[in-house]
Ligand binder design. Sequence first.
Ligand code: ZN
Length: 107
Amino acid sequence: MENSSIDPVVYAGILKATRRRRKYFFSTVLIYIPALLLVHKISPTNLAMGTLFAVWVVFLIIFTVLVALCKCPRCGNYFHMHGITLLILRKCLHCQLHIASNTISTN
Ligand SMILES: [Zn+2]
């Protein structure tokens, strides 16, 4: 499915939203250890650590689903999904569109 007739502003907006969702996902992954250390310093109890872990997992699931459901503006398929495989790479898994691309091109 080719979406070459899409408005360039919409096209750039979709890629910008995809980059933002990726940023939230990677930030969630990276914040776990510092948050764990901070909570351990404030309250080193199993309840506090378990609560942090539960909250972190909820955010991780939310942002993983948001990243997985990003559509590629060029081909219309899921940007990071191929079948049931989620690969958060910098290129579309179907048409190889780069995440930093802001122009409509066929390659
Ligand atoms: Zn694509």
